[in-house]
Write a new protein. Sequence first.
Length: 255
Amino acid sequence: MQAVALETNENEVVLPPPPMQDGLPALESQVKPFPIQVSFPTQDDLPCYDGMPMETQRHKLQMDLLIDVLHTWLAKRSDGYVNGNMFIYFSAKQVRHQDFKGPDVFVALDSSKRERKSWVVWEEDGKTPDVVIELLSDSTRNTDKNEKKQIYQNKLRVPEYFWYDPFNSKDWAGFALHNGIYEPLTLDDQNRFISKRLGLAFVLWEGLYMDVKAHWLRCATLEGSLLPTALEMAEQKMARLAKKLRAMGIDPENC
């Protein structure tokens, strides 16, 4: 358990007013204040898995694809964390009620790359995700568009929120926090949502991923290059090597 000073109203301990004497606190009550601390649970104390799988294979693949390309992109930075289907804990009340688990995909910049069981805000010095992506399904659509959106806006204060339906590419949207309220983002002239927080674009890409052909939500540079998956990076590296070998008169197929 981690000892932390109470800060939020719902966790504050309120002391009764001191006895007064001639308009001033009585001498016996004039003691130095001391910090009141409670023990907050750590990620080792909190549930990190509810046993519920992703809705469908495509939902799972879409989550993996986004995490894959963003992980590859973050590898060039000294900081930054991406994960998905992970619990996020942000208040003692939420821990008690277990009424919110976490997003399908999230990115937290300026954070260490260390392994985590859950994202526990009070263990991250108050840091919350910079970008959240929810993958819509028939069973989660209403919650993702309403209840969760309100949590990301009002509780976690996530700067950018996106949703996407892997089975209906027309149902995707983006929002940016402005003066505490989510304002809808508009697609640019290339049919992209721009994430100013990441300096990247979210685009729709029709293609084959893990033997499934579909419209996938992917990330791209602002110049228009798709962020590659780890497999695509390896294939690109092999293609460059093969080109060099051919330039040297060597057949890479017979190496």
